[in-house]
Design a protein around this ligand. Structure first.
Ligand SMILES: C[S@@+](CC[C@H](N)C(=O)[O-])C[C@H]1O[C@@H](n2cnc3c(N)ncnc32)[C@H](O)[C@@H]1O
Length: 301
């Protein structure tokens, strides 16, 4: 019997008695994965995440018929594609439409009317660029597209561009499709839902898809915030990095924030998740709204 046949026989024997052949995760193995994930993605896996890591990677070990976590670790080190798969399995992708509604309310009542007026007086361009950094399955950039399209009409010459990026190729695939379960419709304000979402029919029943007007504003890219960014990304009026950096190790978090600030327009706004704060008085930003930050120097002018 070959090794592969042996493994298959063992699998089917254990399946027949309802036991899955799952290798245990040793302390030393957990430490290896902890530092690997931090190095690769900036994400800090606390010691309390050990069971979570084991359960999320177990399935992958079974798929690859790996005898141990050490063997899987070696595979990840040797194969950059497997590192991508591993990170796909380990990221937390919870999201929703119009998450942190107070931020959308702030933008729509305090910021967008001013930008629109400034544009009408020629004081700012008619192009608005936003970046959803850590966009997960796409609800965040689609929400932002709906909000921006409503406030900056194409008929007045406005142009909306939204970069939606994530580390995980799995969520990006989903985000690119711009289709969502109909269950999520309740998260979208009625006027946006009617204008910007199309209900699926036939094989797409139970799903909805963002309209072509919304999709035309979106561009998707895999970007790792723990790595230097391509300088060709350009400059953004809005940078959303919400509920991403909370998972980062502090040094990586500072590095990622610096990268985000490098592409933030002097009059632009950075939006973080509601539980996320900027540390230190030396911060170049100050809070102007609910977890919304602007450059200090402009406000002090
Ligand atoms: C909890 S979701 C937040 C989604 C959305 N921003 C929101 O607030 O609803 C965090 C996202 O950050 C992504 N992420 C984690 N580490 C990252 C990294 N190093 N670079 C880019 N994205 C990352 C994850 O894949 C995940 O989709």
């Amino acid at each position: 019997m070959t090794a592969r046949q042996h493994a298959a026989a063992a699998r089917s024997a254990s399946a027949s008695i309802g036991v899955r052949p799952v290798p245990g995760l040793l302390d030393a193995e957990f430490r290896l994965f902890q530092s690997l994930v931090e190095r690769e993605a900036g994400i800090q896996l606390a010691d309390t995440k050990r069971a979570l890591l084991a359960s999320r990677l177990n399935q992958r070990l079974r798929e690859l018929e790996m005898p141990s976590f050490s063997a899987y670790y070696r595979r990840v080190i040797d194969d950059p594609n497997e590192a991508i798969v591993m990170l796909d399995r380990l990221t937390t992708n919870e999201t929703s439409f119009f998450r942190e509604p107070s931020q959308f309310a702030f933008l729509e009542t305090r910021v967008f009317p001013r930008w629109r007026e400034d544009a009408s007086k020629g004081r700012r361009p008619r192009r608005i660029r936003a970046w959803s950094a850590g966009c997960s399955t796409g609800e965040e950039p689609v929400s932002m597209a709906m909000s921006l399209l409503s406030h900056f009409p194409r008929s007045e010459g406005f142009e909306i561009e939204i970069l939606a990026s994530d580390l995980s190729t799995r969520v990006l695939r989903q985000a690119r499709s711009a289709t969502f379960s109909l269950d999520k419709a309740v998260q979208i304000p009625g006027h946006h839902l009617h204008r910007f979402m199309r209900r699926g029919i036939g094989r797409q029943a139970g799903r909805m898809r963002a309209s072509s007007e919304v999709r035309a504003t979106l561009r998707f890219e895999r970007l790792n915030l723990a790595r230097d960014l391509d300088p060709r990304l350009g400059i953004f009026d809005l940078v959303l990095c919400r509920n991403v950096l909370i998972y980062f190790e502090p040094t990586h978090k500072r590095g990622a924030l610096q990268r985000l600030l490098r592409v933030l327009d002097p009059e632009g706004l950075l939006l973080l998740g509601h539980s996320e704060a900027l540390q230190g008085r030396e911060q170049p930003l100050r809070s102007v709204g609910p977890s919304v930050f602007a450059w200090k120097k402009l406000l002090d002018d």
